[in-house]
Ligand binder design. Structure first.
Ligand SMILES: [Zn+2]
Length: 411
């Protein structure tokens, strides 16, 4: 439910600024769509939202909204090339209009607290569907191609996409070289050259599966077979080196780079990433779980100082696009990780990944009023109300409202 007012004074049981400790019984003041201040203590002029927590708007750094018409993930999850074939079949056979699917996905993101999405788009439809009533979209135009002629034509598509950049606050543009198994070395380098020239961010699926590693190391395996079946195979089309390291180095030339998944990054590759503050690894927890990958190195990446952000990926590998549900999933499996760390993954780290930290990602005076409201379970009777701490991320607590730039998008 959108409204036009962009000035508010809201009282919540807890405020979680993320760049500072939680504020008990807090008031957030918003004027002209921006955060003016956070206070503790009673304020008679504030609208009391009750037993809720206000957190920064969540940042879902990896989606493919065109698959938001799916009601359950596609199968089989393994082997990966078969899942890709299911995805391609769905794209060809579905009855839902792409626009309708994208709108559905955007609504789902809003209702689960996301105010910014990092979207991989295969055409211009997503850009057209973004508006002040949706999350802001960081749209990466997806490019893939192995044959020479195709690549020249598609490089032009990439160039035109970036040239349409405008002052539109709803859309920021970037490029997504798809993955090592779908790009020739030459085309990949050309796309990075273009991103460097335009100072555009890039996002690439990388170190995602065993099949990808086998292709890079030996030129064999099920992805090689899939490409041969499609009739697009070329000998040694990928980057030399036998690992994802060469891709990381090339990506590091871009102003900002998202390494999507990174499920099988080696220690050496993690050490390289630790020297590249402009690079982020995007971890998609429930999608990772769906595909049955080994433990994700996100904690090791954080230890080494690498920026890690969260994504849902699409409904083709996840039951929904709810980033709050990703946090619940993580807190259940990793109770040893402080919830403040998890909240950072879904907010400020996403902002850093997309280079919008000045604008969003924390509840900080001067930033845009992008926030989510979490309804809290009432404290158990007979127990002292927890004064200094609260279990924010839990199965019982849920997103009930989302605000972007001072406007309620969902309530
Ligand atoms: Zn993806």
């Amino acid at each position: 439910m959108a409204n036009s007012t962009s000035s508010h004074c809201l009282r919540a049981r807890w405020l979680f600024p993320v760049d500072g400790p939680p504020i008990d019984d807090g008031v957030i003041t918003i004027e002209a769509g921006r955060i003016v201040r956070l206070n503790s203590g009673p304020d008679a002029s504030a609208i009391d939202l009750g037993n809720v927590a206000i957190i920064p708007g969540l940042i879902n750094t990896h989606t493919h909204l065109e698959f938001s018409d799916l009601t359950r993930p596609l199968t089989p999850a393994q082997p990966f090339p078969e899942w890709i074939c299911s995805l391609m079949r769905h794209r060809q056979q579905r009855s839902t209009d792409r626009r309708e699917a994208i709108d559905r996905g955007l609504r789902e993101c809003v209702s689960s607290g996301s105010t910014l999405v990092g979207e991989i788009a295969t055409d211009d439809t997503t850009v057209e569907r973004l508006s002040p009533d949706t999350p802001q979209g960081f749209v990466f135009r997806e490019l893939l191609g192995i044959g020479d002629g195709v690549c020249t034509e598609r490089l032009e598509i990439a160039r035109q996409f970036l040239e349409q950049e405008s002052s539109d606050a709803d859309v920021i543009r970037g490029l997504s070289p798809h993955a090592p198994y779908s790009l020739s070395e030459e085309f990949f380098r050309q796309l990075i050259n273009l991103a460097v020239e335009r100072e555009s961010p890039v996002a690439m699926h990388l170190a995602e599966t065993h099949e990808e590693l086998e292709l890079l190391q030996q030129g064999t395996g099920l992805l090689a077979k899939m490409l041969k079946d499609f009739g697009v195979w070329r000998d040694r089309f990928w980057m030399p080196g036998g690992s994802v390291g060469a891709y990381l180095e090339e990506l590091s030339r871009a102003r900002q780079a998202l390494v999507v998944h990174g499920n099988y990054l080696t220690n050496e590759e993690i050490e390289f990433l630790a020297t590249q503050p402009q690079m982020t690894v995007v971890y998609c927890p429930r999608t990772h779980h769906f595909f049955g990958h080994r433990n994700h190195p996100w904690q090791r990446l954080l230890e080494r100082g690498v920026n890690v952000a969260l994504g849902t990926d699409s409904r083709a590998s996840n039951p929904d696009l709810n980033l709050w549900a990703e946090l619940r999933f993580l807190t259940k499996r990793h109770p040893e990780v402080p919830q403040s760390t998890l909240l950072e993954l879904a907010t400020v780290n996403g902002a850093r990944a997309l280079r919008v930290s000045e604008e969003t990602g924390t509840l900080t005076a001067g930033k845009r009023a992008d926030l989510a409201v979490i309804r809290l379970q009432p404290p158990a009777s007979g127990r002292m109300a927890e004064k200094d701490s609260i279990q924010l991320i839990s199965a019982e607590n849920d997103v009930i409202a989302t605000m972007r730039g001072g406007r309620w998008l969902h309530r």
